[in-house]
Design a binder for this molecule. Structure first.
Ligand SMILES: NC(=O)c1ccc[n+]([C@@H]2O[C@H](COP(=O)([O-])OP(=O)(O)OC[C@H]3O[C@@H](n4cnc5c(N)ncnc54)[C@H](O)[C@@H]3O)[C@@H](O)[C@H]2O)c1
Length: 265
C-alpha cells in the first residue's frame, strides 16, 4: 500500500544496511522519495548503494557511515541529506541493538552499550535531525521502538529499559517541537521472526537463556501474538510511511503498536 504524497521527499534512515532499516530504505524509494541510508557496516552500505542505485537511479540514494553513538557521524548523516537532497523531510531512527541475559549476571559494560546505542543514539539523532527540521519549520521524526518499550521483557532488561527510555525521550521531544511544525512519533513492532536479528542471534540467545530448542522459541513467540503470525517488515513500513506523511499531520508524541494485538497500551 503506497502513499503517493511522499513522492519527492528527502528521508534519512539509520541502521539502513540490513533488516528492518533496509526494508524502510526500499519502501521510501518505492514511494518515490530520495533516501540517505546510514549505518556502521560500511561494506554492506556500499552493496546496498550499488544495488539500489541500479534499481532506482543513483541520484535518489546516498549511503554514509553513521554510528549513531558518534555525534559527528550523526551530523554528517543530516548534512548529507540536506546537501544532496536540499531538505530533511523525515528522519527514521531505526538503528538498535539487543543483548539479552539474566539481570543478576548481566555484564555492566554490555548493559551500558545497549543504552548507548538505543537511548543516547536516539538523543543524538533527535538533536541534529530536529534542529534541521525546526529551522525548516517542518518534518517528521519516526523512532523505531519495540513492544519491549511498553512492557518488561524476560531476561531482556537492557533492551526494555532502553526502549522505555526512548519513549520518554520521544514524548519530551514531541512537546518541544509541537509548535514548530515538527512531529515526533514512535512505532513499536512485535517480533520480526524472519529478520536477521532473530535468525542470526535471538533464537540462539533465547534458546540458551530459556533452556529449550530454537524451534520451540519460534512456536512460543508466534503463540504470544493474538493474530498468530510473525510481524513482517511490510506491517511496520506501512505505519512508518503513514507517520512520515502529512496523513498523520495531527499526531505527535505517539507510540503506535504493530504487534498483531500482543500489546494494547
Ligand atoms: N527484529 C525484531 O524482531 C524487532 C522487533 C521490534 C523492534 N525492532 C527494532 O527495529 C530496529 C531494527 O532492528 P533489526 O531487526 O532490523 O536489527 P538488525 O540487527 O538486523 O539491524 C540493525 C542495523 O542497525 C545497525 N546498527 C547497529 N548499531 C548501530 C550504531 N551504533 N549506529 C548505526 N547503526 C547501527 C546494524 O549495523 C544493522 O544494520 C531496532 O531498533 C530494533 O530494536 C526489531
Amino acid at each position: 500500500m503506497k502513499n503517493s504524497e511522499l513522492t519527492g521527499r528527502a528521508v534519512a534512515v539509520t541502521g539502513g544496511a540490513q533488516g528492518l532499516g533496509r526494508a524502510l530504505v526500499e519502501r521510501f524509494l518505492d514511494e518515490g522519495c530520495r533516501v540517505v541510508a546510514g549505518d556502521l557496516q560500511e561494506a554492506q552500505l556500499r552493496t546496498l548503494s550499488d544495488e539500489l542505485s541500479a534499481r532506482y537511479g543513483g541520484d535518489r540514494i546516498a549511503a554514509v557511515r553513521c554510528d549513531v553513538t558518534c555525534e559527528s557521524e550523526v551530523e554528517t548523516l543530516v548534512a548529507t541529506c540536506l546537501r544532496q537532497f536540499g531538505a530533511l523531510d523525515a528522519f527514521i531512527a531505526n538503528a538498535g541493538i539487543l543483548i539479552s541475559g539474566p539481570l543478576v549476571e548481566f555484564d555492566a559494560a554490555k548493559w551500558r552499550k545497549v543504552m548507548e546505542v538505543n537511548l543516547v543514539g536516539q538523543m543524538l539523532c533527535m538533536k541534529h535531525a530536529l534542529r534541521a527540521m525546526a529551522q525548516a519549520g517542518r518534518g517528521a521524526y519516526v523512532q523505531i521502538n519495540s513492544k519491549s518499550g511498553k512492557k518488561g521483557s524476560f531476561k531482556n532488561s537492557a533492551y526494555a529499559a532502553s526502549k522505555f527510555g526512548a519513549i520518554g525521550l520521544m514524548q519530551s521531544a514531541a512537546l518541544e517541537m509541537a509548535e514548530l511544525g515538527v512531529r515526533v512519533n514512535a512505532v513499536c513492532p512485535g517480533n520480526l521472526l524472519d529478520s536477521p536479528l532473530w535468525k542470526d542471534s535471538l533464537f540462539k540467545q533465547y534458546a540458551q537463556n530459556q533452556g529449550v530448542t530454537e524451534a520451540e522459541i519460534r512456536r512460543r513467540y508466534i503463540d504470544q501474538a493474538p493474530m498468530k503470525r510473525s510481524c513482517q517488515y511490510e506491517d511496520v513500513c506501512n505505519v512508518v510511511a503513514f507517520l512520515a506523511s502529512d496523513a498523520s499531520g495531527y499526531m505527535t508524541g505517539q507510540a503506535l503498536n504493530v504487534t498483531g494485538g500482543q500489546e494494547m497500551r
